[in-house]
Design a protein around this ligand. Structure first.
Ligand code: ZN
Length: 57
């Protein structure tokens, strides 16, 4: 495994841990701004997102 792949694997793992922590929060998947549910597709691509597509612009 080269350095870049290793770094990416670490990053992915850190991200996953962040997501697992977030899922415990009652407002996970809810936009921080408009309080509307964030679509699953967006959460899948960017699990760390706290804003829906509209508010993120
Ligand atoms: Zn929103």
């Amino acid at each position: 495994m080269n350095d870049a792949a290793l770094r990416e694997a670490e990053l992915r793992q850190r991200k996953l841990k962040l997501v697992l922590d977030k899922v415990k929060e009652p407002d996970f998947g809810i936009c921080r701004k408009c309080k509307q549910p964030i679509p699953d597709g967006r959460l899948m691509i960017r699990p760390e997102s706290v804003l829906c597509v509209k508010c993120a612009i």
